[in-house]
Structures are given as C-alpha cells and as structure tokens.
Design a protein around this ligand. Structure first.
Ligand SMILES: Cc1cc2nc3c(=O)[nH]c(=O)nc-3n(C[C@H](O)[C@H](O)[C@H](O)COP(=O)(O)O)c2cc1C
Length: 275
C-alpha cells in the first residue's frame, strides 16, 4: 500500500510527477495524478513524485512534503565541490581518538542516501566505532595471518601479506589498518540488482562527506582481502550476513596529517565516440 495522496487544493495539475516517475505508474485521472492499485507493486519507492512536485501536493509511503527540506540555494558552490574532489587524499596517519558518536552517525546517515540500483536501498554499513574494538580486531587478524604465514598457508597470490605480519610483529607497524581508530565495511545482499556498485557509491559519498568535515579516510583493499578472502571466520565474527556480498572496506578517523595543496593528475582520459 503506497498511500499516494495528492492534495487537490495544492496540486496545479502540472504533470511533473507523472513525467518524472521512473516506473511510469502515475497517470492523470480526471486531471489529478493517481496510481492505480494494480500498478503499486511497480513503485521504486524513490520519492521522485514527492520531490519534484513544485507546490508540495504529493505524499507517498507515509512521507509528506513538510517533512522534507527545501532544496533551493542549498547546494555547495561548484568551486568548493571541485576543491573537495581534487583535494581529497588517502589518509594513512591517524590520531588515536574516536570520532564523536553524533558525527559518526551523521556521516553514516548521509552516505546511506547514495543511489542504489532500482532504489533497493539495502546497503549495510558494518562499522567499528571504537578504537579499542579495532585494536582487538587487529590483534586477532594479525594472529590469524601470522598463523597462516608460519604454516605456509597464505592463499596463492596473497603471500605478500607475510611482509605486513612481519612488520607488525617485529616493529608494531600496522600497514593493514594504518592504525586508524575506525573501520567501515559496506555490504549488500547478493540478490540486489547491483550490490557492489551500490556499496562503492555509498563509500564514495561517505569519503567525500567525511573529508569535508575534516575526517580522514582510506579505501582499504588490504583489509578487504585480509579479512574476507584470507581469514574465513571474520565475516561471521563481524556479524555480516551470509547472503551479503562484500563491497569494500574503508578506514577512517581524525587525521594526523594535513595536506597543504591539491596536486594535478592531468586531464581525463577520454574516448570521444564518433559514429
Ligand atoms: C579500491 C582502492 C583500494 C585501496 N586500497 C588501499 C590499501 O589497502 N592500502 C592503502 O594504503 N591504500 C589503498 N588505496 C589508496 C590508493 O593507494 C590511493 O588512492 C592512491 O595512491 C592515490 O592517492 P590519493 O587517494 O591520496 O589520491 C586504495 C585505493 C582504492 C581506490
């Protein structure tokens, strides 16, 4: 039941909701937008109809226009956004303190707004929200990897993990987690239309929003491989559902490094199609 409600006093019959519906299930009935009961199951629940309505006449699935923020004039200046994209860097040195819980919650809630295929919205964020937990997790991961190194059982192609274990055991240098206080793992159900892209987009949004708030981030392939391709029990230990695909891992926390300038990586590689 979608509860598609149109306030007929407010609706101008402009047809924007009809035109913008990706499932094309809204139709004008006697001049008023309507979703026929037999079309309801095709709704993406994307809320485009509500968002596009210029006068705030449309409510759906219990969401009303008054509960939504107006958009006009709220986007960042393009130059600022460009500076953020160009100035974002991988952070590999972190302060030991945890992020404030409200800040962490805000980062996760905002990143979770990222688009998902067919609006499935089922990316799951598994988060290590406390450095003490990460320290315990790291001890177990390093012990597990160390055992495999000594038994010569690192999977083929992953033998280089022996170097990281050695550095950790002999010098306390953590190449895997980079001594970040937090870790975020995005996963999504295998049955979703596009589980891995959904996770990568959500993490990309997380990264940019985090860095705009002075929080450092690092895409962490080593953690992804180490935890999910080498150590089989980590998925269960972290409470990640069996039916989920691992999207990616990201370390984050307050940076102990400050970048003074952005660098130029040159122009985009472009293949302009001529047909
Ligand atoms: C998918 C992906 C996986 C990465 N994995 C790691 C990693 O495991 N450890 C690490 O130190 N950096 C990792 N990085 C960071 C890259 O090395 C880094 O993005 C690149 O050197 C460019 O530097 P920048 O991010 O500061 O622009 C990863 C980056 C991406 C996009």
């Amino acid at each position: 039941m979608l509860d598609f409600i149109v306030d007929e006093q407010v609706c101008t019959r402009c047809g924007e909701c009809v035109a913008d519906c990706p499932a094309r299930i809204i139709a004008m009935q006697e001049g008023v937008p309507e979703i026929a009961p037999d079309k309801e199951a095709s709704c993406y629940r994307c809320l485009h109809c509500l968002a596009v309505c210029p006068t705030g006449a449309v409510s759906i699935i219990g969401v009303t226009p008054v509960s939504c923020k107006p958009l006009a004039g709220t986007f960042p200046e393009p130059d600022k956004l460009e500076a953020l994209i160009r100035g974002r860097r991988s952070v590999r040195r972190y302060k030991p303190e945890n992020l404030e819980p409200q800040l962490l919650q805000r980062l996760l809630d905002v990143a979770w707004q990222a688009p998902t295929g067919v609006n499935s919205r089922d990316v799951l964020f598994t988060v290590v929200d406390d450095r003490d937990k990460l320290v315990r997790l790291r001890a177990d991961v390093m012990a597990g990897l160390g055992g495999l190194v000594r038994e010569n059982r690192l999977p083929e192609g992953m033998e280089f993990f022996a170097n990281f274990v050695k550095l950790w055991e002999e010098k306390g240098v953590d190449i895997l987690f980079r001594d970040a206080p937090h870790l975020l793992i995005a996963t999504a159900p295998r049955s979703a239309a596009s589980p891995v892209p959904d996770c990568l987009i959500a993490l990309s949004y997380f990264e940019l929003f985090a860095q705009s708030l002075g929080v450092g981030t690092l895409w962490n392939g080593l953690v992804k491989w180490g935890l999910f391709e080498i150590l089989p029990d980590m998925r269960q230990r972290l409470g990640i559902p069996d039916e989920h695909v691992i999207g990616y891992a990201m370390s984050f926390g307050k940076p102990a490094v400050r970048f003074a300038r952005s660098v130029q990586h040159g122009q985009a590689a472009i293949n302009r199609v001529s047909v």
